[in-house]
Ligand binder design. Structure first.
Ligand SMILES: C[S@@+](CC[C@H](N)C(=O)[O-])C[C@H]1O[C@@H](n2cnc3c(N)ncnc32)[C@H](O)[C@@H]1O
Length: 389
């Protein structure tokens, strides 16, 4: 490496394995290159898009030797320099899932020191038409999608991963707004909101239970996700009537509801005021649920001070950053017989599993779900148990 700035130049790359983040790894003159729009085993010409002292980023702009798994992207807005919303439109769906399985296994090994072969489970779709909540960027009143790692707005007339029931907001102008969000609920009701105009609430139905959610608040984007994750958590935890449980990062009460229906006494902890307000409403028929609004670490600390010494079961579903060492320590200190960790970031999951491991909790099972087709995102559910049990 000469240290010259080579951003914008085109280099030939032999593409190596997939890595977390929607790219594959290659080498150029000894330096690591994270290359998008490529697949393992391909020989490509790639334009360098970013250069740091440690690595380069590049976009494959010409494929010299295509992978047998390569397809023409279904979306005309997918490709180098275009919409940054999807990462894997150029791979068939089977290959996408294989790549994501590899990412989970590699990340667990590299960060968590955990050896596990993971097979991505399909929610029964082909990766398109699933997103029930789509946020579009707005620049000068025009909606679109940002290019990858950029604030350049790409005009998009249609998003193929958006659920067909989401309202069409792309044909309109949104003066004053910096984003517009289109939502469709499981009952087919729609909402549109911008940063200037909040969009009210929608009702979502899971296993015949109704959950009121702010249109701007957190709810899983894939229509199959809530039920899939509830099933994975309950089958992993095997709750028994009379047991005590924690639902940490509980949102509007999804997991708390079904743990309580199974006969558990549940303490649900959530930081967002509106989510807790909705949870209060959603779970009003379940007196065995106690809702606490606040930071999980602080609420668990306060609960320990008030005499909470043990719980039977814990489900935690933290944001992308993970739970972190302090929260993991507090959970382990309560000696649960099982923990269900619902994770949207495999790297944060691997870090937290490593902490759990040091505290005597091992991975009894780990499932991964392809609930974000065409993108590199992954949802995992890990079931942990005390190692000597
Ligand atoms: C991935 S969502 C899970 C929500 C819920 N379990 C569900 O499935 O709908 C993470 C939730 O954690 C909440 N949250 C993030 N950081 C938190 C913290 N430090 N303490 C409490 N809640 C937090 C967010 O408001 C969000 O509702």
């Amino acid at each position: 490496m000469t240290g010259d700035n080579i951003v914008g130049t085109v280099v030939e790359l032999e593409v190596g394995p997939v890595a977390h983040g929607g790219h594959c790894v290659a080498r150029h003159e000894g330096q690591v290159v994270f290359v998008r729009h490529a697949l393992p085993g391909e020989l490509v010409h790639a334009r360098v898009t970013e250069q740091t002292t440690k690595y380069l980023r590049a976009d494959a702009v010409q494929v010299l030797t295509p992978s047998p798994q390569r397809i023409e992207p279904p979306c005309p807005h997918a490709g180098p320099g275009l919409c940054g919303g999807c990462d894997f439109q150029h791979a068939n769906i089977v290959e996408q899932r294989r790549l994501k399985s590899t990412v989970v296994s590699d990340t667990l090994r590299r960060i968590g020191g955990i050896e596990r072969t993971v097979v991505m489970e399909s929610p029964g779709d082909e990766g398109l038409g699933w997103r029930t909540r789509t946020r579009y960027a707005v620049v000068d009143g025009r909606p679109g999608m940002y290019a990858h790692r950029s604030h350049e707005l790409i005009a998009v007339d249609k998003c193929l991963i958006a659920h067909p029931g989401t309202p069409d907001v792309l044909g309109e102008r949104w003066p004053e707004a910096s984003y517009v969000r289109a939502v469709v609920s499981s009952e087919g009701k729609t909402a549109v909101l911008t940063d200037k105009e909040p969009g009210g609430r929608v009702v979502e139905v899971v296993r015949n239970r109704r959950f009121r959610v702010e249109a701007a608040g957190f709810w899983q984007a894939h229509p199959a996700a809530p039920e899939t994750l509830v099933d994975a958590v309950l089958s992993g935890l095997e709750p028994v009537a009379g047991e005590s449980a924690l639902d940490l990062y509980s949102g509007v009460g999804l997991f708390a509801a079904f743990l309580a229906e199974a006969g558990c006494a549940v303490l649900a902890v959530e930081g967002d005021k509106d989510a807790v307000k909705n949870a209060r409403r959603n779970l009003h028929d379940l007196p065995a649920v106690t809702l606490e609004q606040g930071d999980v670490d602080r609420v668990l600390n306060a609960a320990a001070g008030q005499g909470l010494e043990q719980v039977d079961l814990v489900v935690l579903d933290p944001p992308r950053t993970g739970a972190g060492k302090d929260v993991v320590r507090r959970i382990a200190a309560l000696s649960p017989r099982r923990v269900a960790y619902v994770a949207c970031d495999p790297a944060a999951l691997a870090r937290d599993l490593k902490t759990f491991g040091r505290l005597g909790y091992g991975v009894a099972s780990l499932r991964a779900f392809d609930l974000f087709g065409m993108t590199h995102h992954i949802e995992c559910v890990a079931i942990l148990e005390p190692v000597d049990s």
